[in-house]
Design a protein around this ligand. Structure first.
Ligand SMILES: Cc1cc2nc3c(=O)[nH]c(=O)nc-3n(C[C@H](O)[C@H](O)[C@H](O)COP(=O)(O)OP(=O)(O)OC[C@H]3O[C@@H](n4cnc5c(N)ncnc54)[C@H](O)[C@@H]3O)c2cc1C
Length: 426
């Protein structure tokens, strides 16, 4: 079968790889000049298989208002909010109030996370890709007794799902991450030894090169602007060059289509009759060369005070933070970077050359409930693999295999019911 994949972020490229592995002929269409240039560019680098959860959480709703009023708090919103922001917030609030939904979605995401871990391991065993990858665990810190108690709530669910974890006291936490010694309050941590890290951009680029070598065609600089339909089917995609003068075909015909367009999926979904209320939730990162590796995290650490994630990526330290509702405003205010810097300096002083740090902003393709959208669209040759929000790097390898299984008429290895596209139809 010939299959066209829309979008060459980490989700589109892993999807192309899964389809090509199964012998399909694949074309990837990407509006930018290279793979991994949008949200997959400089994320926190966590492959947090045991630490995935839905956005629409009753606890988050309770914290939202106080957070919006605090300067260093992780949640920000541009005022006045736009109509899109309000619609997204109202939908989130509705999902958060639906009894039992958060727990069901969290279980579903953790199952997908475990499956994605298996898929990453198979992929890394098969291909020797160089992307500063590691599976040296993830640590969530508790700086006070209240945070430590909240970590215990999580632990119950991890037990139930058979996900390996350890609840560490302060001394055991320092054994795992010695650089934390004497830097900031510490009561203990939750340690997920099976979780991993890696540079999502370098992975996406390397996997795209592997795909190309195996015959996948990448059409860069081509924006999908329309679809030609034939009864219930999509026959072809209409393309427009992203830059005037670029050599781009007007149309690409295919047997099936997979939408992996990240934050643009909502607009593209409208072209295909799919209602996808995906909203761009903004975040920031700083990536700095290491000065003293002994002072840096060994793997990846989530600081409960700032909600900043610090990850070692080879000879670099990446720190990310903020959940901001600002539509697609690409500006990077100095105040956001200053908070991330403060968070790094408070836990890992002297670890990295922050004056030489590269700053970045990106937009999580977030569904109002939180789980990604994986499944069949209304047109019977359209498939969706999008809306991965905060965890697209982590879930990419698994969700790509699930879509490929669906396209080949197999029963997916993980139930797709919680991820069904039709859940937003009403
Ligand atoms: C600050 C921050 C930190 C994060 N940290 C983590 C983390 O630690 N772990 C984790 O798992 N996830 C993390 N994420 C989330 C993760 O980065 C995303 O979920 C993931 O990158 C989404 O991948 P994607 O392929 O769906 O989207 P993208 O990478 O945005 O790719 C979509 C592609 O589609 C293309 N496209 C869009 N419209 C069209 C069109 N009309 N025609 C052709 N092409 C089109 C775009 O150009 C783009 O390249 C983080 C995100 C942010 C912002």
């Amino acid at each position: 079968m010939h299959i066209a994949v829309i979008g060459a972020g980490v989700v589109g490229v892993t999807t192309a790889y899964a389809l090509c592995q199964r012998g399909h002929q694949v074309t990837v269409i990407e509006r930018l000049d290279a793979a991994g240039m949008e949200t997959s560019r400089a994320n926190a680098g966590q492959r947090s298989y045991g630490y995935v959860y839905p956005w629409a959480s009753p606890a988050m709703i309770k914290k939202a208002l106080p957070w919006l009023l605090q300067q260093d708090a992780p949640l920000k919103m541009h005022l006045p909010p736009t109509a899109d922001t309000l619609r997204f917030l109202i939908a989130t609030w509705r999902f958060a109030q639906t009894p039992g939904l958060f727990d069901a979605n969290k279980r579903a995401m953790l199952r997908l996370g475990s499956y994605s871990r298996q898929c990453f391991q198979a992929l890394e065993d098969e291909l020797s890709l160089d992307f500063d990858s590691g599976h040296r665990g993830l640590m969530e810190l508790a700086s006070d007794a209240q945070s430590a108690k909240a970590l215990q709530v999580n632990a119950g669910l991890l037990n139930e799902l058979g996900i390996e974890y350890e609840s560490l006291d302060a001394a055991a936490t320092l054994e795992r991450e010695p650089a934390l010694a004497e830097h900031g309050p510490l009561v203990g941590s939750l340690w997920l030894p099976g979780d991993g890290t890696g540079d999502c951009y370098r992975f996406t680029q390397a996997l795209a090169r592997t795909c190309e070598a195996r015959g996948v065609c990448f059409q860069y600089g081509a924006q999908v602007v329309g679809a030609e339909r034939d009864k219930g089917h999509i026959r072809a995609l209409r393309l427009k060059p992203s830059d005037d003068g670029a050599d781009v075909p007007e149309c690409i015909a295919s047997d099936a289509f997979v939408l992996c367009a990240g934050t643009q999926s909502r607009r593209l979904g409208e072209l295909f009759g799919a209602k996808l209320p995906i909203y761009p939730v903004k975040g920031y990162s700083l990536t700095a060369p290491l000065l003293d590796p002994e002072r840096a995290p060994r793997s990846t650490v989530i600081d409960d005070r700032y909600k900043v994630v610090s990850t070692r990526l080879g000879s670099r330290l990446r720190a990310t933070g903020f959940v901001e509702l600002a539509d697609m405003d690409r500006r990077i205010p100095g105040s956001r970077l200053a908070t991330i810097r403060r968070a790094i300096e408070s836990r890992f002083p002297g670890a990295a050359d922050l004056d030489a740090a590269e700053s970045w902003t990106g937009f999580r393709p977030m569904t109002p409930d939180g789980p990604p959208v994986i499944g069949e669209g209304k047109r019977n040759n359209l498939y969706l693999n999008t809306g991965h929000g905060t965890f697209g790097w982590t879930l990419s390898a698994g969700s790509a295999q699930l879509v490929a299984q669906l396209i080949d008429g197999e029963t997916p290895a993980v139930s797709l019911e919680p991820f069904r596209p039709g859940r937003f139809a009403h």
